[in-house]
Design a protein around this ligand. Structure first.
Ligand code: C2E
Ligand code: CA
Ligand code: CA
Length: 570
């Protein structure tokens, strides 16, 4: 086995495979040699042939063949860079004695144009090569960025999926292990973001060291998949026991005591794995099955290792839902329902767009069911955009007709928000349907402040610069700290329904909601309460200074045709 830094070697191997095949190199050199030999023959030929009634000497075509041969020299550099360029030089230098013989000794001056063409081809190759070197240097640093996770320096999500794609293509046997650190959120909440990051860095260092030490007896690749989720790809095992032993090794280095700023941490994690090709035969399923097994372990509140099996009941359900989401996207069955929002005097403030899937039999699947599946399968951005597009179509028409200064709120998942072309996609739809930026609001759940605050903040600031509004959804459910809230440039705070439900049960519950509203106002945010169902709740909210409400009491989510009637009436 070629030993070295295991993870780096795998990454190198992956990028090497994207290079042109050796067979192409041999083909180019062969073509060059064969054609060059024929140049000499052609040049010396005294034969002729007829073209349009004229006798043309065969030797005229020596020049054409020389140019053709030179195309292969240039191609060598284009496809094989340094090696190609060196081969070109060797080929040309090897011809020098023949040129000298031909021109100086045998006085065959017809060879001179061919020599020039070849030298020009070499100069062209040199220019291309120098330019490639410059671009390559830049690309090399980019490449590292593309496959590396900034925080931990481990390979990132992209590198993990590339490797799995590659192994599936080669039909190699491997195992994918999905790992989720236990109680990471509470470390972030109680000890702060910096400590959380340090924990991730330490865990990553330990795992990288183990992978690079080759001590597990298998070839392991560890990457950070996002947040506190990691992925281990295990290769070169003989039996399942080898996989288990490898995972146990990662588990045990994780569980060694970790001291940060004089505090001791004892980390544990849930490990779920799937084996290719026994459990699944494609990348997407391998990833989702390992994930399903890991979540099953999580659900059992365990800290151990579990292999995927088809009986994991919810896994079937997830797969079925994934199929339904794909089908709904294909058949245009994702709908956007609109729930009105009002100020306390019952004046329409705007609408929140809520996703629905309509099934063949006319029944609906609720977003509570399918949104988490869309998130875990990477379909969420398509769903979010479809919902936005449908809502924008309705909203654009409605505001054009009435000139109402109402807003449209759309729910955006963190995964979607972080996508590179997020802004372009949103802008595309805004332009298409004429949605003014100041009438569009993005609802982002509070959990974003815990999971990926800094990166999210950059994106939110971009969105704000475009003039859009931002609402913090489900406020109160995610334990984010006041300092996060203070630096988050939101416009609106949405008090979660669970607090409104119990608000009138006790004085302290009422006081809790009142405090959220006060904090919101201190931070210059407007506050809207979600899930208001009764007159009693409405009265309480009025008395504690809530600005807006959204709830069944004044309006359920409606299909666009019905929602439109409300705008005209307002
Ligand atoms: P959410 O953003 O908190 O949306 C509010 C949910 O509360 C909606 O459920 C709404 O129908 C429900 N609701 C509003 N007022 C009342 C009330 O008075 N009583 C009761 N019982 N329920 C009320 P829905 O439509 O089932 O959506 C559930 C969640 O799914 C949403 O919670 C949101 O997190 C997610 N979601 C919905 N559409 C989308 C979408 O297009 N993209 C994304 N990423 N998530 C979405
Ligand atoms: Ca929402
Ligand atoms: Ca909410």
């Amino acid at each position: 086995m070629n030993k070295g830094k295991n993870i780096d070697l795998t990454l190198k191997e992956l990028s090497r495979q994207k290079e042109s095949p050796k067979s192409l190199y041999i083909l180019f050199v062969l073509c060059y040699v064969v054609i060059s030999v024929n140049v000499v023959k052609t040049a010396r030929s005294s034969g002729t042939f007829m073209v349009a009634g004229q006798q043309i000497p065969v030797s005229y075509f020596a020049g054409v063949l020389t140019s053709l041969a030179n195309i292969f020299i240039v191609s060598l550099v284009v496809f094989f860079r340094k090696i190609g360029f060196l081969t070109g030089i060797v080929i040309v230098v090897a011809q020098i004695p023949f040129w000298v013989m031909s021109i100086v000794v045998m006085h065959n001056f017809t060879a001179i144009p061919g020599v020039f063409t070849t030298v020009f081809a070499l100069v062209t190759s040199f220019i291309i090569f120098i330019n490639q070197l410059r671009v390559e240097k830049y690309q090399a640093s980019m490449q590292i960025q593309v496959v590396t996770d900034n925080l931990t320096k481990l390979p990132n999500r992209f590198a993990c999926t590339e490797l799995i794609n590659d192994l599936v293509q080669k039909n190699d046997r491997f195992a994918v292990v999905s790992v989720d650190i236990n109680n990471f959120k509470s470390i972030n909440d109680t000890m702060g973001h910096e400590t959380g990051n340090e924990v991730l860095r330490r865990v990553s260092d330990r795992w990288k060291e183990l992978a690079d030490s080759w001590k597990t007896g298998t070839v392991d690749f560890v990457g950070r998949y996002g947040g506190d989720e990691y992925l281990i790809v295990i290769r070169e095992f003989e039996k399942e026991e080898d996989i288990l032993n490898t995972i146990k090794a990662y588990k045990s280095v994780l569980e060694e005591k970790m001291t940060i700023d004089d505090c001791d941490f004892f980390m544990t994690a849930c490990f779920g794995y799937a084996i290719y090709p026994d459990d699944a035969d494609n990348r997407a399923s391998m990833l989702s099955y390992a994930d399903v097994a890991m979540h099953e372990m999580k659900r059992e509140h365990g800290d151990s290792i579990l292999r995927f099996n088809k009986d994991m009941s919810h896994a079937e359900k997830t797969l079925e839902l994934e199929r339904k989401i794909r089908e709904a996207l294909d058949k245009d069955r994702i709908l956007s329902y609109l729930q009105p929002q009002f100020d306390m005097s019952h004046k329409l403030r705007g609408y929140e767009a809520l996703a629905r899937i309509r099934e063949d039999d006319g029944s609906f699947i609720s977003p509570g069911e399918f949104i988490p599946v869309a998130e875990s399968t990477g379909l969420i951005d398509l769903v979010d955009l479809r919902v936005f597009e449908k809502a924008a179509e309705f909203f654009g028409k409605a505001i054009k007709k009435t000139d109402a200064k109402i807003s449209l709120s759309i729910n955006i998942s963190v995964r979607h928000l972080m996508k590179n072309n997020f802004i372009d996609e949103i802008t595309g739809i805004m332009n298409k349907y004429g949605i003014p930026a100041d009438q569009l609001e993005l609802e982002i759940t509070e959990s974003i402040m815990i999971d990926s605050f800094e990166k999210a903040l950059e994106r939110i600031n971009e969105v704000k610069q475009m003039g859009l509004k931002v609402a913090i959804d489900d406020f109160g459910t995610g334990y984010s700290s006041l300092s996060y809230l203070n630096s988050f440039p939101a416009d609106l705070l949405k008090v979660d329904k669970s607090f409104i439900d119990v608000m009138n049960d006790s004085d302290s519950s009422r006081q809790y909601v009142a405090t959220i509203i006060t904090i919101g106002h201190i931070l210059n945010l407007e506050v809207i309460s979600e899930g208001v169902e009764t007159e009693e709740q409405l009265k309480t909210l009025e008395s504690i200074g809530c600005d807006h409400i959204q709830g069944f009491i004044w309006g359920k989510p409606l299909p666009p045709e019905e929602a439109e009637k409300l705008v005209t009436a307002s």
